[in-house]
Design a protein around this ligand. Structure first.
Ligand SMILES: [Ca+2]
Ligand SMILES: [Ca+2]
Ligand SMILES: [Ca+2]
Length: 264
């Protein structure tokens, strides 16, 4: 993707300003905010998936707005009832990907990640180890909004919960123009939503106002992608982060420092 020098400069300034921000979607450290003992992860995955399917079957999004104008829409969910009784449910419009969580050396638990692509975007997909400049809103299935940023901010996807990391990589970045007053207009960006079980979120942790075992919804607008080389060794993190595909960072020399942070 071609970027002018000015755009590259602005991209750098964006990165510098926002990389230090820490928001709720950043994975929590293991602390005393956990329910112990944790529930069985397979059973919880099944329970959460049923809740997600119920939500997706009974709700629709404002797809007509996106047909009329491609960008500058807010994604809105509503129940299929009353005058909206004939709307197409989300369950017919989302895509599903199975994300495996390793629970022991040879045991994996499958989780269903659903994602709605309202606009795919015209740029590049981030790797799960890249940084993304995005606006988002996180809600529970009951509609309660627990975290949001309407203005985009940078997220290192290695630092966010697994469902968000995997889901954000399904969207493509956009582009932008700079106005005379130095404000920026974005266009061609990926927009949609992620719906995932607690096993890909906080599971048995309380995270801010999110109760344990909460399936999560994130609406996102993915504006920019910064392909990241965390350890500055000339090899993009995308090529070092998770080559065995198990969802956790590889550590080839098993020294406790994952490859993407291990400069040697
Ligand atoms: Ca590297
Ligand atoms: Ca791995
Ligand atoms: Ca290592």
């Amino acid at each position: 993707m071609y970027l002018t020098v000015l755009k590259k400069l602005i991209l750098k300034i964006f990165s510098f300003l926002t990389l230090t921000l820490l928001l709720l979607i950043v994975s929590c450290k293991k602390e005393d905010n956990e329910v112990e003992p944790p529930r069985d992860i397979q059973e919880q995955s099944t329970v959460d998936d049923q809740s997600l399917e119920d939500f997706l079957s009974t709700h629709f999004y404002n797809y007509d707005d996106f047909l009329n104008t491609e960008y500058n829409n807010e994604l809105i969910f509503d129940t299929i009832s009353g005058e909206n009784i004939s709307k197409t449910p989300l369950i017919s419009q989302v895509k599903k990907e199975i994300v495996r969580i390793q629970t022991s050396e040879d045991t994996y638990v499958d989780h269903n990640l659903y994602y709605l692509i309202a606009n795919e975007g015209k740029g590049i997909n981030p790797a799960t180890s890249d940084s993304t400049y995005l606006a988002y809103e996180g809600t529970l299935l009951n509609g309660y909004s627990f975290d949001s940023s309407k203005s985009p901010i940078w997220f290192d996807l290695t630092q966010v919960v697994r469902g968000f990391r995997e889901g954000a990589s399904k969207f493509k970045s956009g582009n932008f123009t700079v106005n005379d007053d130095n404000t920026v207009n974005f266009f061609g960006y990926g927009q949609g939503a992620l719906f995932f079980p607690s096993g890909l979120g906080y599971f048995n942790q309380t995270a801010g106002s999110v109760p344990p075992y909460s399936p999560l919804i994130f609406k996102i607008k993915l504006y920019l992608v910064n392909q990241t080389d965390h350890d500055d060794d000339g090899i993009l993190s995308a090529e070092e982060y998770d080559n065995d595909g198990d969802g956790s960072p590889d550590d080839t020399d098993q020294d406790g420092v994952p490859d993407y942070l291990d400069a040697d």
